[in-house]
Design a protein around this ligand. Structure first.
Ligand SMILES: Cc1cc2nc3c(=O)[nH]c(=O)nc-3n(C[C@H](O)[C@H](O)[C@H](O)COP(=O)(O)OP(=O)(O)OC[C@H]3O[C@@H](n4cnc5c(N)ncnc54)[C@H](O)[C@@H]3O)c2cc1C
Length: 410
């Protein structure tokens, strides 16, 4: 699928290196992408590094990487901490997510871990990731998150390890595109599809613009696999039969807004800080250079300030300078010495369709890859379940659907 150059989740230059527009790392459980990286000959570039995770609550950053850190988390009573720990352990052992399908994370967590633990630890995180939709999110989503995070811990030391291709995820994509080219394929990275051409219920081609200044042209194809968000897909095709159309329009997405700062010194000593404070205007701080050496970025300390707002929210539309002004007083809560003069450069990226909202009984509302139009397939993040969307699962799904296309082509 061709990508538009404007909003593809790739990289941009920083201090002589390449940085992802939205922070990216891999979990140990991400085997599909890890195998692909090795297959592309980039295995020696893939580093597995210890991540330092923190939680900001009530004016301080708490270490939050290991079970011991939970036991030391004083805002909850000892009994409450024990209860959270016990249920977290239990969640890791549950392989069948069926029991979580019909209940929201809010209700399940309040019932099992207790109201206070839900309010202190989980509600700010759910609000941060899903905004006003926080109370609709299915427990299945949270179960998947807990299992993933735990799979990334080394058993003996119980510390999480995360993977990062040291040449950036952009290099992985570039080498993949080169390999496709070497085998006779064409990859167009600045192309915009405006229409899927359909004749007699069969997809026959695309109306496509191969570059910003290029005139739209029609091209014939034997099979078409769309990987756009569902709300984009519906604009490229005529209305589908009711049942399928409802699945496409029934899912809502949140965007991601990233303000990326290059600082002349570190902000904190953590790689990842979850913000459990509804008064803060961001949900996470990812201090990339607390995991990846700053020498890759000309010595800059790189932090991502992350949010997942609705596309009609003020925050989505704010200019980078205004976002920084809004954030500065709150960055001081994380480090009281922080000063605006530490900021050497600002970058700003928006990712539309960043996160589908996974609500109750989601498994019954997933569109099939094979659409009602013959020769037309769909593979996007709404079809990743019960895991949360991630590069690993897109690659796994891409392989599955490619096989499906070949099988059906005979
Ligand atoms: C802030 C953020 C952080 C993340 N962190 C991680 C992480 O740490 N690890 C991880 O594994 N995953 C992470 N993810 C998730 C990961 O980025 C996604 O799972 C992955 O990008 C999904 O890939 P995809 O190809 O299915 O969809 P997308 O990456 O959304 O690609 C869809 C593409 O379709 C293109 N498109 C849309 N309309 C058209 C059109 N009309 N014509 C042509 N092209 C079009 C878009 O430009 C886009 O490039 C993160 C996501 C975000 C937003």
């Amino acid at each position: 699928m061709p990508l538009s150059s404007e909003d593809r989740p790739s990289t941009f230059p920083v201090g002589g290196g390449q940085l992802e527009r939205g922070y990216h790392h891999l979990f140990v459980s991400d085997t599909a992408i890890t195998e692909l990286i090795h297959e592309l000959g980039l295995g020696d570039q893939l580093a597995w590094l210890e991540s330092k995770v923190g939680l900001y609550h009530d004016g301080r950053i708490w270490d939050f990487a290991t079970p011991l850190d939970l036991l030391r988390f004083k805002p909850l009573s000892l009994w409450q901490r024990f209860r959270v720990g016990l249920w977290t352990l239990r969640l890791q052992r549950i392989a069948d997510y069926g029991r979580f399908e019909d209940i929201t994370a809010k209700d399940w967590l309040s019932q099992h871990m207790g109201r206070k633990a839900y309010e202190v630890l989980f509600e700010p995180l759910l609000r941060g990731k899903f905004g006003d939709h926080y109370d609709q999110v299915s427990m299945t989503w949270l179960w998947g998150k807990v299992r993933l995070r735990v799979a990334s811990r080394g058993k003996a030391m119980q510390k999480e390890r995360l993977g990062y291709p040291m040449g950036s995820f952009g290099e992985v994509i570039e080498v993949l595109a080169d390999r496709i080219g070497a085998q006779g394929g064409d990859v167009h990275t600045s192309a915009r599809v405006s229409r899927v051409l359909i004749e007699n219920d069969r997809a026959t081609g695309l109306e496509i613009q191969l570059g910003r200044e290029a005139e739209p042209e029609c091209r014939d194809y034997d099979a078409i696999l769309a990987t756009t968000p569902s709300y984009v897909f519906t604009q490229l095709v005529p209305p589908m039969p009711d049942e399928y159309q409802e699945l496409l329009t029934g899912v809502s997405y949140l965007s991601a807004v990233l303000l990326i700062l290059e600082l002349d010194r570190p902000l904190t000593d953590k790689y990842w800080i979850n913000i459990a404070d509804v008064d803060m205007p961001f949900v996470g701080i990812i201090e990339h250079t607390n995991m990846i050496d700053k020498s890759l970025y000309g010595g800059s300390h790189v932090i991502y300030i992350s949010n997942y707002p609705d596309r009609n929210s003020d925050l989505y539309h704010m200019e980078p300078g205004d976002l920084l002004e809004l954030f500065v007083p709150h960055l001081r809560k994380l480090n009281p010495d922080f000063d605006r003069s530490w900021v050497q450069n600002i970058h700003h990226h928006r990712v539309d369709g960043a996160q589908p909202i996974i609500s109750r009984n989601y498994s019954q509302r997933i569109p099939s890859h094979q659409t009602p139009v013959r020769g037309l397939y769909l593979a996007n993040t709404t079809q990743i379940f019960p895991e949360d969307r991630g590069t690993n699962y897109s690659i796994r799904m891409g392989r599955q659907v490619a096989q499906m296309v070949m099988d059906e082509a005979g």
